[in-house]
Design a protein around this ligand. Structure first.
Ligand code: BES
Ligand code: ZN
Length: 612
């Protein structure tokens, strides 16, 4: 049966068996082929072998399904998978077909089921360029003794290594048995071992249902060190101690989050430190966040990222955006909770700095998206678009600004009760923007407030509403004073910079951007040794400024940075600045050609476009 016949077949089925409500459901998520209201996969038993020689995973997925009466098929998402065999229950053969390839969506796997089918078994192998997997040679790791492999599911990449119903609105529990080469350690978004298994066989379990984008696996030379009874760090042995020290605020962060938003929803929460090619700062995989090593600055100054991923344990993992169009439901709330945790741990003045820098980022992004204003709406319309290309900082910072404004209107006490009530009412389900607005109107804001605060404008219109407000920061006022002294000719050595955090320095760089020139960058570098800094956020801001002013002493440091770091958020501003100037353009091109292969496809995708 070809795809067209199947589609007609499927739509006849859905007409005959669906209420309008179901039809609405299908529209939630334009990035899945699955039709969960007809047939849904609720539990996975996964048996897998991780093959470092062929760079592939050979696996069988045993899916427990439930389907509506009269429904004759179940649909999974796949991308690049080679499907070897599909059968039902105790071995009954069945018909199945792969739909046509669609860019970034992949191919629908349609499996015929009978009215009694309970389990669908799928034996498969991942493709050569599986988008959700990155395979690293020993040389690309910290200790350089063993290869490494990690997965990245968000937004639509899990289907490249698991046939699944890959929508954030669909959840499943799972158990897994994974064979890896002897001597390597495997961890998943599940209950994890604390010690390496001699035979390379690992068993995992996560009873609490998660969406497919959070299903994750990492395999490498890892060791574990604990903080307390429920949290610790996994990292390569050579960096375990340093990572453990850097993230030691984790137990306090967990307590801070629980104090404000209710009990932590899983048993354990660990951090996994990945090799530097990891394309994100962090990824909120349940029970074990994946983190870039580029936040290990030696002074705990970038650990708001840990607070951020931890916050996703509530906003995102416990209540999940129903589709990528509602991405702000995940990230806006998470940014809000992250800053509440930071405020409890480091005080309000520290949280104010994050807010104020976020305002600057937000305003810059709104300008940058001038030609695509629809991407500055909170509610997105990503049909036909790769969600990964469309996900910017807008959902984080505009979402945060909206929640902060509501908090200001109703007060912290009512805001916290509202957020808590939301988690209690909807734990382990998904939420659309519209669900949120209904809840907001029924629990927190009256009609007059809803209108006056322009909530619909915030959510459905592009740009920033007239009642958007910037956060002031007392610590940045002190930076402004230092900048004024510097402008009056005081030497960098004599500026009152003692005790500045990374955030103050970043703000400082942004402030002196227009007024600095090559000579005073040299003076600043001599005084503060920025080029030698181990802090990648600070380095990124410094490199951008250096490229702008053609301060060539930093160029070897920039090259080293581009060679080792794979985090997209840090690479993009540096490459963008390189491409902006005649004096640096060809250097940027050369470096990209040289180091492109070191980067994850997520970073490559974005950079390919940027570099033309
Ligand atoms: N869930 C995101 C990462 C992500 C977003 C992956 C979209 C794929 C698609 C994660 O929680 C995140 O926001 N990471 C940020 C952390 C920062 C905001 C503290 C990052 O990686 O920079
Ligand atoms: Zn996030």
């Amino acid at each position: 049966m070809n795809r067209l016949c199947l589609l007609i077949f499927a739509s006849i089925l859905s007409f005959s068996s669906c209420s309008l409500e179901n039809e609405d459901y299908y529209k939630f998520d334009p990035h899945t082929a699955s039709r969960p209201n007809d047939a849904v996969a609720t539990h996975l038993e996964w048996e897998a072998t991780v093959d470092f020689e062929q760079h592939q995973i050979v696996a069988t997925a045993h899916w427990l399904i439930s389907h509506k009466q009269g429904v004759k098929e179940i649909i999974f998402d796949t991308n690049g998978l080679k499907i070897q065999q599909v059968w039902l229950d105790d071995g009954d053969s069945t018909d199945w077909i792969l739909g046509q390839e669609q860019a970034f969506i992949g191919r629908a796997l349609v499996v015929k089921v009978t009215k009694n089918t309970q389990i669908v078994h799928i034996r498969y192998t991942t493709g050569k360029e599986a988008k959700g997997l990155q395979w690293l040679e020993p040389a690309q790791t910290h200790d350089k003794v063993a290869p490494f492999m990690f997965t990245q599911g968000q937004a639509v990449l899990s289907r490249s290594w698991l046939p699944c119903q890959d929508s954030p609105g669909i959840r499943f529990s799972f158990a897994a048995k994974v064979q890896v080469p002897e001597g390597l350690f495997a961890v998943m978004s599940a209950e994890n071992p604390r010690q390496q298994e001699d035979n390379g066989i690992y068993q995992f379990k996560n009873d609490k249902a998660i969406p497919a984008y959070l299903f994750s696996l990492a395999v490498g030379n890892l060791a574990f060190k604990s903080y307390d009874g429920r949290s610790g760090v996994y990292a390569e042995p050579g960096m375990l101690q340093k990572a453990w020290w850097e993230f030691a605020e984790l137990p306090a962060m967990m307590r801070a989050a629980e104090q404000q938003f209710g009990p932590y929803p899983w048993n354990r929460y660990d951090v996994l430190v990945l090799p530097p090619s990891f394309p994100f700062g962090g990824m909120e995989n349940p029970m074990i966040m994946f983190a870039t090593p580029t936040i290990i600055a030696g002074d705990r100054s970038l650990t708001n990222l840990v607070a951020h991923e931890l916050s996703h344990s509530w906003s995102g993992n416990l209540i999940t955006n129903a589709s990528w169009n509602d991405f702000w439901i995940n990230e806006g709330f998470t940014t809000y909770i992250e800053r509440r945790i930071i405020e409890l741990i480091h005080g309000p003045e520290y949280a104010e700095m994050l807010h104020a820098l976020g305002n600057q980022d937000l305003e810059a992004a709104v300008i940058e998206y001038d030609h695509q204003p629809e991407l500055t709406k909170l509610k997105l319309a990503l049909e036909g678009k790769n969600p990964d290309d469309a996900l910017s900082i807008i959902p984080y910072q505009k979402g945060f600004a909206l929640l902060k404004m509501i908090e200001k209107e109703v007060g912290r006490g009512r805001m916290d009760s509202f957020v808590k009530a939301n988690y209690a009412a909807r734990a382990f389900t998904s939420m659309t923007t519209e669900d949120f607005l209904v809840f907001l109107r029924s629990e927190l804001l009256n009609d007059e407030q809803f209108e006056r605060l322009q909530i619909n404008n915030w959510v459905y219109e592009a740009g920033l509403p007239s009642n958007y407000e910037r956060q002031s920061s007392s610590r940045f006022t002190l930076v402004n004073e230092a900048v004024a002294l510097w402008e009056q000719g005081q030497t960098p050595f004599s500026l009152p910079t003692a005790g500045w955090s990374t955030h103050e320095w970043i703000y400082f760089f942004r402030r002196i951007d227009e007024k600095s020139n090559k000579q005073n960058l040299i003076d600043l570098d001599v005084a503060f040794e920025f080029s030698q800094s181990g802090n990648t956020e600070l380095l990124t801001a410094w490199f951008v400024l250096s490229i702008k002013k053609n301060y060539q002493i930093t160029y070897p440091h920039i090259e080293k940075f581009l060679q080792t770091v794979g985090r997209r958020k840090l690479l993009v501003p540096v490459y963008r600045e390189l491409m902006e100037h005649e004096h640096s353009k060809s250097m940027g091109r050369n470096w990209y050609t040289k180091y492109r292969n070191n980067y994850h496809q997520v970073s490559r995708n974005t950079l390919d476009e940027l570099m033309g």
